[in-house]
Design a binder for this molecule. Sequence first.
Ligand code: GDP
Length: 199
Amino acid sequence: NPLERAQYLLAAHNQRQLPADVGYEVAFAGRSNAGKSTALNAICRQNALARVSKTPGRTQQLVFFGLPPHTDRFLVDLPGYGYAKVPKDLQAHWQAFIQDYFNTREALKGLVVVMDIRHPLKEYDLQMLGYAVENGLPAHALLTKADKLGRNAANQTLFAVRKELNALYADSVSVQVFSGESKVGVDEAVGVIRSWLEI
Ligand code: GDP
């Protein structure tokens, strides 16, 4: 699994700091506390790749991870959204940066949206999915923390979310059950990401 080689490359606070727009990258988005860092760590089979405890405000950056020996394959950790404490003008700045990133980034090949299986499809999740789909990008939703639900409840949520996503985005968005804790669905997620990165 080439994703296991992921290593921190850089953090970009604005367009100017983004690495050259070449190659292939997959972005990860999610509401703060959804379990995005834990999911990234599980997918890359590392314990501390993405920091699991983060301070609001400090997380307002795009974090790029390289995938050696490739020099043109990246995972991108987008800032967690939904912090009530972030001031409105800063939120607007970030929204513009992220939207611009989706609209212009040639290297971006797909979006992974991490959602707590108990609270899926919130406003910001739909906004991020919209940015991807509007730009012709595929998206994949992880319903994480599935270990917190029984198998029946998890499957019921999966079917309900899949139905909703199909209604909204047709075939552009796929969805699966996941748990960064019990590692449920890791192989499936890795498969989707590798196919987008063509590695
Ligand atoms: P982020 O803000 O989206 O990066 O979320 P984190 O990965 O930091 O996780 C937020 C909290 O949820 C932490 O306390 C994690 O331990 C917990 N968490 C994350 N993923 C899972 C999971 O799959 N199962 C369970 N039970 N807890 C999880």
